[in-house]
Design a protein. Structure first.
Length: 196
């Protein structure tokens, strides 16, 4: 008899708590865990600035103390591009889950070269999303770009990428200066993913 009542009690508790628990979990999933994620302030020289370039292009990316928005240095990227080239950083372990985050923020020191360049975000399955900026300003300018404004790349995707047109976490790389054409030098500082 006691066992029977205990079974009824357990069932009642399960029914009462079941949906409540589920609700709490799904709420937790969309809420960002942190307010901001610092992708890079370009102060740590041991973190590699990776570049790549097509046969007709040259690109360099170095830590530079010539300009700095924060701390002592920024990333200086020089492009002489006729086909394709870019500079990127990998997203550190623990910084690639952008669940609930809203914006990509980055400081750029422009030289009014009128050249266009892109920011490409690469997700866990190698899929890439792009936002294009024109260097039509001089000095430091902060770009605050909703993550939803990055558009799925139609010009190229890796052959081994999983293409589902949504961010799969953890994000792998931030390609903070890619271009298809142009000669220009830009400085970059403080790349942040923000929950606001
Ligand atoms: Ca800095
Ligand atoms: Ca994806």
């Amino acid at each position: 008899m006691l066992r029977f009542f205990s079974a009824i009690l357990t069932l009642t508790l399960l029914l009462a708590c079941g949906p409540e628990t589920k609700k709490a979990v799904s709420k937790e999933e969309t809420k960002p865990a942190v307010e901001t994620i610092l992708i890079s302030d370009f102060e740590n020289n041991s973190k590699e600035l990776i570049t790549y370039a097509g046969p007709q292009s040259k690109v360099t990316a170095v830590y530079s103390t010539e300009k700095a928005k924060s701390g002592k240095q920024s990333a200086k990227v020089t492009h002489q591009t006729k086909d394709w080239a870019g500079a990127l950083i990998t997203v550190d372990e623990g910084k690639g889950d952008w669940t609930g985050m809203k914006t990509f923020r980055m400081w750029v020191f422009g030289s009014n070269s009128k050249a266009s360049f892109n920011i490409d975000l690469e997700d866990a399955k190698k899929e890439q999303f792009r936002y294009t900026i024109t260097d039509d300003f001089e000095g430091w300018k902060e770009f605050v770009i909703p993550l939803s404004d990055f558009k799925w790349r139609t010009d190229w995707q890796a052959s081994d990428a999983v293409l589902n047109k949504k961010y799969d976490y953890p994000m792998m790389t931030v390609q903070f200066c890619t271009a298809t054409l142009g000669n220009f030098t830009l400085y970059f500082d403080d790349i942040v993913i923000d929950s606001k």
